[in-house]
Design a protein around this ligand. Sequence first.
Ligand code: IDP
Ligand code: MG
Length: 134
Amino acid sequence: MERSYVMLKPDACERKLIGRIISRIEDKGYKITNMKMMYLNEKILREHYAHLVDKPFFPNLVEFMTSGPVVGMIVEGEDVIKGIRILMGPTNWYEALPGTIRGDFANTTTCNLIHGSDSVESAEIEIKRFFGNA
Ligand code: IDP
Ligand code: MG
């Protein structure tokens, strides 16, 4: 069964939206097989967001992602990687349609509530990064 690494970002925790977001994932039929709340540091964020370290907004991203706890999850299901990305909506809040998590709850590009892996390869790397050999 395909697996995705999903992470509820500090804004989801601060705004007390984690239950509602998790419900959307479960309502879609996906199974959460591992979950933990944790605090990230810059070192792990430089790995997780390696494709963005040279962007001008990267320091803001680190500040945001270390501003509070995150909830990391392993989510399983058929084509779950694509399915979670559809539930999330696109990165930019103004492109995310109502009905998606970002479309319903986010109004900035940095604070957009949720991460979901973008490919099978990155899902397995991210699961290893945050859960070891789960
Ligand atoms: P994704 O989260 O939809 O996969 P990525 O391009 O992988 O999008 O970017 C990771 C995260 O970095 C985004 O979710 C968002 O929090 C932040 N980010 C991406 N692009 C921008 C930007 O142009 N301005 C500010 N923050 C950004
Ligand atoms: Mg991404």
